[in-house]
Design a protein around this ligand. Structure first.
Ligand SMILES: [Fe+2]
Length: 288
């Protein structure tokens, strides 16, 4: 059972987490601001040589199928659009923070990032399908939704048996078991990290509630999209880990996002149609 001391230690550990590079938060702000200028993002990216090199390698890969070689960030933004460039750059930037193995969640190196990246790409597709208002925010929140696992990992590892017992014997959802044993779950902790890193309150909220702990949250389309993309990734075995199949799936989300009577079949079909495109984008990201 949790003690206040262990919860305090977990919260204090937020400060030991290396913050994401400042350019990431600047680009997140640009992605969420409809009035931001293309040039602003291009200038920021250009100032980072490694990021620029990775971006150019990616946009010149077969996946994007461009007829001529792109030689500058500005050209890439003009030809492919700011949203695509921001997606690629944010996927590449978060890889360095999310690629480590997370033993507490039984995730090998690269799996947490793969889950984050594929679910973010899926979330953009789902958001476009329902013409959501804040598609860039949905993408970014989905990419960072499990950031709390970076801090909680060691505690989940240490209390693995107790958490697993609640999940297997008492049918707890994984995040409820985390909360029962550790006093906080990775989603709430992620929300606190988002606040500490000065993400917008909307972003912190979506990260905090990404497992839809309360039915009233079904009213929030952005949250439903983030939740659904997480569920689909887990069902497809992408970075599923120890917890991936230990969450309850809410059918109401499918209704909320306008899927028909055979919502789950429709969803799986939709994923199958998108899979090669997602695999292509993932392969083009030029990560070592
Ligand atoms: Fe999660």
């Amino acid at each position: 059972m949790t003690t206040d001391m262990s919860l305090d230690a977990i919260i204090d550990d937020i400060d030991t987490l290396e913050p994401i590079p400042q350019i990431t938060t600047q680009l997140i702000d640009i992605a969420q601001d409809p009035d931001s200028a293309l040039s602003e993002a291009a200038v920021l990216i250009t100032h980072d040589a490694a990021l620029t090199a990775n971006l150019l390698r990616t946009v010149n890969s077969a996946y994007f199928g461009l007829r001529r070689k792109i030689e500058s960030v500005q050209e890439a933004v003009v030809l492919l659009g700011l949203n695509t460039i921001l997606d690629v750059v944010l996927l590449q930037l978060t890889a360095s923070r999310l690629k480590a193995a997370q033993a507490g969640y039984d995730l090998a190196a690269g799996e947490l990032w793969r889950h984050a990246a594929v679910s973010a790409i899926l979330a953009r597709k789902f958001a476009e399908r329902v013409e959501a208002q804040n598609i860039n925010r949905i993408f970014t929140c989905t990419l960072l939704k499990d950031i709390g696992k970076l801090v909680l990992n060691q505690y989940v590892y240490a209390s693995g048996e107790e958490i697993q017992r609640l999940v297997c014997q008492d049918e707890y959802c994984f995040h409820d078991a985390e909360r029962e044993v550790l006093g906080i779950d990775h989603a709430e902790l992620g929300g606190r990290i988002a606040e500490r890193w000065l993400f917008t309150p909307d972003m912190a909220r979506v990260i905090r509630y990404h497992h839809l702990p309360d039915e009233n949250l079904l009213e929030d389309t952005d949250l439903c999209i983030v939740y659904l993309s997480d569920c689909v990734c887990s069902m497809m075995g992408i970075g599923t880990g120890r917890d991936g199949l230990s969450y309850r799936f809410s059918d109401q989300v499918l209704e909320r996002l306008n899927y028909g009577a055979n919502g789950l079949d429709q969803l799986i079909m939709e994923y199958a149609l998108m899979k090669s495109e997602i695999d292509g984008l993932m392969a083009s990201l030029s990560l070592g």
